[in-house]
Design a protein around this ligand. Structure first.
Ligand code: GAL
Length: 444
């Protein structure tokens, strides 16, 4: 299997995110983001790691983009740190930040790499968080102002856009479970944040459509195949609830179907209290591609003691199935099935895998960074994607997560997902064996 098996127009890229790679978090006029402040709170990230230096991409973007090219990828996905452009969230502009992204874009174009911008990859300006962040209705006008600025500023050079990275990911981890920034908890915060995010997702896309000529606009959903632990009625219903939350909750409003409230009274109540039907038109957008990001399937069991969802995950390690160092099950067939699940909506015309990858403990053997598990992972997942494509699913691109080891949110610098190793003391990049595998795969 080589990249040519996927057709000549297929997009191959690496995905990254500003807070995870840039560093220079407190310099060059950048305002703090919620990840800068959250990571400084005791116990919130492993070993108290924070993103202030990360991979120092801010100073090393030229070498890193050269590396993307050397490996043979034709797309570089990166996100804009909102607070680097608007340190206080809106109104006051930081010209130095604006220029930085011009430099990144120009470097990509110079090297013949297509830049793909994510507008929001989780690093909300702290100033906006203080005013309620995603739970406050005012976030929508702030986000639209930011989106409009980016569209006007970069739209003549950048055609590929992703509006929001994993709406379910950051609203659930950051506003319901409190394990990601800004560390808020509770179902009510989650539902407020979710509604405003669903609105922002479509608003941002409409702004890009109006401002950017020939734009190719997508948004990126996390997804996981949900497998009931047993065929008992209770397990089946628990799996259905989790599926509604994790796979359907943010997708269906985009498709004009509203939130998937029918089968679950909790969602029904949310829809009623937030009058979500009033926003149905606003949350809808005909995206050029639907980005899906898959890392694991979930096996779900009924559990009466878990509030709201009454469901519990049966972990991969307890089921003794292969998993990564994150504890995430490795299951390429499940990747195939979730692609099919998303493709089954007639309104989904084009799917791009906007993230997929794995963290392992890499070994240094004879000066080489040896990561055979990661290479095997990619081989299996790409074969699964090819199977779906050959069966008629319109998959048009694949972005590996990720270029280099980086700041993995609450896991700090310990979880390494890169196909390039990064030494965080020296910022030395070393291509892993999986990176060389990619280079070969992409060369033919
Ligand atoms: C995604 C997220 C990325 C990255 C990846 C691996 O959910 O968008 O930023 O952290 O998971 O955990």
């Amino acid at each position: 299997m080589y990249s040519s098996d996927f057709g000549k127009d297929f997009l191959w890229g690496v995905a990254t995110a500003a807070a995870q790679i840039e560093g220079a978090a407190n310099s060059y006029g950048k305002g703090p983001s919620i990840w800068d402040t959250f990571s400084k709170r005791p116990g919130k990230t492993k070993k108290g790691h924070n993103p202030s230096e990360a991979c120092d991409f801010y100073h090393r973007y030229k070498e890193d983009i050269a590396l993307v090219k050397t490996l043979g990828f034709n797309v570089f996905r990166f996100s804009i740190a909102w607070s680097r452009i608007f340190p206080l969230g809106n109104a006051v502009l930081n010209q130095e930040g604006v220029s930085f992204y011009h430099n990144v874009i120009d470097e990509c174009l110079k090297r013949g790499v297509t830049p793909m911008i994510t507008l929001y990859h989780w690093d909300l300006p702290e100033a906006l968080s203080k005013e309620g962040g995603w739970t406050a209705f005012a976030i929508n006008s702030a986000f639209n102002e930011y989106a409009l600025f980016c569209a006007k500023e970069y739209g003549n050079k950048v055609k590929h856009w992703i509006v929001i990275n994993e709406p379910f990911g950051f609203t659930s981890l950051g506003y319901m479970l409190g394990v990601h920034a800004p560390g808020q908890t509770g179902v009510s915060n989650f539902f407020d944040a979710a509604l405003h995010t669903a609105i922002a997702q479509a608003d941002g896309a409409k702004i890009l459509r109006a401002e950017v000529k020939d734009a190719i606009i997508g948004t990126a959903f996390s997804c996981s195949e949900i497998i009931p632990y047993t065929q008992s009625g209770q397990d089946l219903l628990a799996a259905k609830r989790v599926d509604a939350l994790m796979n359907r909750f943010f997708l269906e409003p985009v498709l004009g179907m509203g939130f998937p409230t029918a089968e679950w009274d909790v969602l029904e109540k949310f829809a009623v209290t937030h009058s979500t039907w009033r926003h149905q038109e606003r949350m809808k957008f005909d995206f050029d591609f639907i980005g899906i990001q898959n890392y694991f399937p979930l096996v779900i069991k009924y559990n009466a003691f878990v509030p709201v969802v009454q469901a519990w995950e049966v972990k991969a390690k307890n089921r003794r199935v292969p998993h990564t160092v994150m504890g995430w099950e490795i299951n390429a067939d499940s990747f195939y099935r979730i692609i099919k699940q998303f493709a089954a909506y007639p309104e989904v015309k084009n799917i791009m895998i906007t993230e997929n990858g794995a963290a392992f403990h890499d070994k240094v053997i004879d000066g080489k960074i040896d990561d055979p598990e990661r290479t095997e992972y990619f081989k299996a997942y790409l074969a699964a994607m090819l199977r779906a494509k050959n069966e008629g699913v319109n998959v048009t691109g694949y972005l590996a997560w990720t270029l280099m080891d980086n700041f993995e949110w609450a896991e700090g610098y310990q979880a390494r997902f890169g196909i390039v190793h990064n030494d965080f003391k020296t910022q030395q990049r070393t291509i892993k064996q999986s990176g060389y595998w990619w280079q070969d795969f992409l060369s033919k």
